[in-house]
Design a protein around this ligand. Structure first.
Ligand SMILES: [Fe+2]
Ligand SMILES: [Fe+2]
Length: 504
């Protein structure tokens, strides 16, 4: 057979096929999918019956994909448990042909693994044959090595087994793969494509880790619920993975791994605007906050002034007793109102009575013991924030959007700022700050909102506020969904998923 005919019988001159292989390498952006395509296409172009792809991790070759057409085997470490130990990349292990290929960055061609061989030990393939009844014969081992200038890096090894003659369908030969060097060239293209996707994967990991560290720093500013962001991100990840499993591709609730990754990034960054929220507002655990100390001081001053008035006989015994008791009662009232969860109408009336309480200031002038700011704070019906403090608090989401707009997210993460900045929007338009409603609120934001509220409800995040039990928290979410604020179907799916069981 002439050299050209021999080469053609292996198909290496089929230009269309070569283009198809190169295009296939460049058609995916998922690293695991690429590994599968590399092995599949390299087996196709070399007419191999079987093949194994290993990747180099921690100085070891790890089995990633095993294919065998005759045995009908396809195993991927992503989805299957491959019970084969990794191959140590050590110069003492170069009798292993794959380790040799990776360490030396050399292509190895073996016509018959059962023929006498002084260089390599083929006990592994022979053992495999014994176990499966397969008959390993020829082997072509290619390093997946990047080449950028003088910088080479072996990322893995492809081991191809038993070429089939494309004309007869019987056993074929690998022949001289360097004439022309199509197969080594394709292995290099595969390596560079794999390296690019590996860089992208590493960059994505870097971005996620960076976001996680940044937000942990924000969480740790406050002693209350200092796992909030991590919790919300974890709930989002689990819920999106759950939705990805139960809804088919193309469904609005289907999340693939990239979509989940983007959602998690948005969840990690959702409260990043809290970086500038004053702790006096963020950590305010009662109505009066930092005002309380000054008020207690004024009450003490008032009590001393009553004593002095009595000692100087400016008031009689009866007035002294009444004033002393009344001041103590008012102080108790202030301390009580300061920490209770909800103010009734009676409480509100009592707060207004506090306006009449006076003391002498340092200049001797008789002035109200509680100023308008104190009365405003004590009049908060529910929660701990006054209207102006609530406004400051709500600003965090505006700052989140503003900060994230400054980051040049590439297309993978283009929606992340919008998803993050919309986590306080409600479907009925009563949220903030954009007052979005209905379909204007992205599904991803709806999910972050549900997880955000759920985490806030169940957490013991303030000294006077115990966490709400999970079943009651879920009821609150359901009520908010019934009111049209939260996404009803997503709340229901979250309730049914019981995903919190692994986290809480
Ligand atoms: Fe928030
Ligand atoms: Fe939050």
């Amino acid at each position: 057979m002439k050299k050209a005919d021999k080469a053609e019988s292996r198909g290496v001159y089929d230009i269309e096929k070569i283009f198809e292989v190169v295009l296939a390498f460049n058609s995916v952006n998922d690293r695991t999918e690429l590994l599968n395509i590399i092995l599949t296409k390299m087996m196709e172009i070399t007419y191999s019956d079987a093949g194994t792809l290993y990747t180099v991790d921690d100085d070891k070759l790890n089995f990633r994909i095993i294919k065998n057409k005759t045995l009908g085997i396809f195993q991927s470490s992503e989805t299957d448990e491959i019970n084969l130990p990794p191959i140590i990349l050590d110069k003492n292990n170069i009798q292993n042909v794959s380790a040799y290929s990776a360490i030396k960055n050399e292509i190895v061609l073996v016509d018959d693994v059962y023929a006498e061989n002084e260089r390599f030990n083929f006990s592994g393939p022979k053992k495999y044959d014994n176990m499966t009844g397969y008959s390993t014969r020829a082997m072509l081992v290619l390093p997946i090595c990047t080449q950028r200038g003088n910088d080479n890096e072996v990322l893995g090894v492809i081991q191809m087994i038993n070429p089939i003659d494309p004309i007869t369908g019987g056993p074929g030969v690998y022949g001289n793969i360097y004439e022309p060097p199509i197969v080594p060239a394709l292995a290099k293209i595969a390596a560079n494509t794999l390296a690019n996707l590996t860089y992208v994967r590493d960059l994505r990991l870097l971005l996620r880790s960076f976001a996680a560290v940044m937000t942990q720093a924000i969480d740790e500013r406050s002693p209350y619920n200092n796992n909030h962001t991590q919790n919300v991100a974890q709930y989002c990840e689990k819920f999106a993975t759950h939705l990805g499993r139960i809804f088919p591709q193309g469904h609005a609730f289907h999340f693939d791994s990239l979509h989940t990754e983007r959602l998690v990034l948005a969840a990690l960054l959702h409260d990043i605007g809290k970086i500038i929220t004053p702790l006096s507002v963020m950590d305010k655990s009662d109505r009066l906050g930092q005002r309380l100390e000054a008020i207690r001081y004024r009450f003490e001053l008032k009590k001393c002034q009553i004593e002095i008035d009595w000692l100087h006989k400016r008031i009689n015994n009866e007035q002294y007793a009444v004033e002393k008791e009344m001041t103590a009662d008012y102080q108790l009232l202030v301390e009580h109102i300061n920490t209770i969860g909800f103010l009734t109408d009676e409480h509100m009336e009592n707060v207004l009575k506090l306006r009449s309480l006076t003391y002498k200031n340092t200049e001797g002038a008789v002035v109200p013991l509680l100023d308008e700011g104190d009365i405003d704070a004590l009049s908060i019906k529910k929660g701990t924030l006054t209207a102006s403090e609530r406004e400051i608090m709500q600003q965090h989401v505006v700052i989140t959007g503003r900060l994230l707009d400054k980051i040049p997210f590439w297309k993978y993460y283009g929606d992340v700022p919008q998803w993050a900045r919309s986590h306080h929007e409600f479907l009925d338009g009563t949220g903030y700050p954009q007052k979005l409603s209905g379909a204007e609120v992205p599904i991803e934001s709806c999910i972050i909102t549900i997880m955000d509220i759920f985490d806030a409800l169940i957490d013991d995040d303030r000294p006077y506020k115990k966490g709400i039990p999970i079943d009651k928290s879920l009821k609150i979410l359901e009520k908010m969904a019934d009111e049209g604020k939260l996404h009803k179907e997503l709340v229901q799916l979250f309730t049914e998923s019981k995903l919190w069981e692994d986290i809480v």
